[in-house]
Design a binder for this molecule. Structure first.
Ligand SMILES: Cc1cc2nc3c(=O)[nH]c(=O)nc-3n(C[C@H](O)[C@H](O)[C@H](O)COP(=O)(O)OP(=O)(O)OC[C@H]3O[C@@H](n4cnc5c(N)ncnc54)[C@H](O)[C@@H]3O)c2cc1C
Length: 391
């Protein structure tokens, strides 16, 4: 029989949620380790667009009223950590942009839609003068705008994962749970472990945890996306192309491409529609969309790829999609979903409320190192993609 390793808390899943929560638990004195099945960030986190939202109503589709106050504090919570005086030192994080834009990406009516979106968002928006438009919009000779900026950062996500992982050195392991009991016992890659609390921030892996606990009721859902990538693009762009629907027609972030220029990483409606198609169809569709939105750019000779994945989300007790961070509890096991990268700090608050409620305090003194490999940091979708030229 192998010795059972004791911890205060074991976190399963090393995405932004697990890493944020583990940092705050460690800081509060809990004996905590993180178990990651693949590589840190390799789920949704490194595939995300890295936008730190400030409760923008249109992006979140008006559904945040219940969580409004905690969500409104999110940019401030992140900012304080980025500046080094917040709950986690994230001064090593780099940014792709300190703002995002909203521009009309359709016919004559989309200008009015941008104006509407700018009024709707909570963050302070600013209308740009023509000379301050991003370079790529200046390539459209007849384009008049309006273009608004949102003072919301776009994070270089891997540097965020690195900054979060830095404070957890010696606590991040690659492994997978195979048996799980609601009293806090778990077998990880053959090693028995026990903790006062097990927290699953495993994204789609939370489903597996619920299966191991033999929970029949459906608590999770997956919403597929096919993010589109195109390179090399000569211009940087960070923002949302608006038409009229509450969802942006396209959300673009730009990432340095090896060999020069940028990879444009496309979300929004393009990614939602592309998820209903196979890859060749999806790439054709995305190319047509971009040709329509930027008719004056030369789209020949570009390389295209896609990332297909699931957003892992919970159902609340009424069977609805909760608008903000959510926790489901079974005995000493918590299943947690942040809903957005932005809400990782709010998720951590929920965990602490729960610890307080159940009176769980740090008790395990010595950190035992399990015989497991260290978890390393994953790759961005565009680093692992298979690129194709389109006719
Ligand atoms: C394409 C896309 C774009 C997005 N853009 C934004 C954005 O711009 N802004 C924003 O705020 N949000 C965005 N989001 C949402 C955001 O990325 C997610 O809400 C957030 O990353 C979820 O973090 P997480 O740590 O819960 O999950 P994940 O990042 O999915 O991490 C879960 C981890 O658990 C591991 N795992 C799985 N099973 C197990 C197991 N059994 N044991 C141990 N580990 C396991 C996985 O390997 C993974 O590393 C985006 C999401 C997607 C998909």
């Amino acid at each position: 029989m192998r010795q059972t390793l004791q911890y205060d808390i074991i976190v399963f899943g090393g995405g932004v949620a697990g890493l944020w929560v583990a940092n705050t638990l460690k800081r509060a004195g809990y004996n905590v380790i993180v178990i990651e099945k693949e590589r840190l960030g390799s789920g949704q986190t490194l595939a995300s667009q890295g936008m730190i939202h400030g409760g923008q109503k249109y992006v979140l589709q008006g559904a945040l009223t219940k969580h409004a106050s905690s969500i409104a504090k999110m940019p401030e919570r992140w900012e304080s950590s980025f500046e080094g005086w917040g709950e986690i030192d994230l001064t090593a994080t780099k940014f792709l942009s300190d703002h995002q834009i909203m521009w009309p990406a359709g016919g004559a009516l989309s200008g009015a839609a941008v104006l509407g979106a700018a009024k709707l968002v909570n963050a302070e928006t600013k209308k740009l003068k023509k000379e301050d438009f991003p370079e790529v919009l200046k390539t459209k000779p007849k384009f008049k705008g309006p273009v608004y900026t949102l003072p919301e950062k776009v994070v270089e996500v891997r540097t965020l994962v690195e900054a979060l992982a830095k404070h957890l050195k010696g606590r991040l392991f690659k492994g997978e749970p195979s048996e799980l009991l609601p009293d806090g016992q778990v077998v990880v890659s053959g090693i028995p472990m026990q903790a006062q609390l097990l927290i699953f921030t495993a994204g789609t892996g939370n489903e597996h945890a619920l299966e191991m606990l033999k929970v029949k009721q459906q608590h999770t859902q997956r919403r597929p996306l096919r993010q589109i990538m195109v390179k090399p693009m000569p211009y940087e762009l960070y923002g949302h192309g608006i038409v009229g629907a509450p969802k942006p027609r396209v959300t673009v972030t730009s990432h340095p491409a090896p060999g020069g220029g940028y990879v444009w990483y496309l979300g929004g409606n393009v990614a939602e529609e592309a998820a209903k198609m196979d890859e060749p169809q999806a790439l054709e569709f995305a190319k047509k969309e971009l040709q329509d939105i930027f008719p004056d750019l030369d789209w020949s000779g570009r390389e295209w790829a896609s990332w297909y994945g699931d957003r892992a989300e919970p159902y609340d007790d009424k069977g609805d999609l909760p608008p903000g961070p959510f926790i489901h509890q079974r005995g000493r096991v918590l299943m947690a979903w942040p809903a957005k990268l932005t809400f990782a700090p709010a998720l951590s608050d929920h965990v602490f409320d729960w610890l307080k409620d159940k009176d769980i305090h740090p008790t395990v003194k010595k950190l035992k190192t399990p015989d497991l490999p260290e978890a390393d940091i994953g790759a961005y979708p565009w680093e692992a993609a298979e690129w194709k030229k389109l006719p």
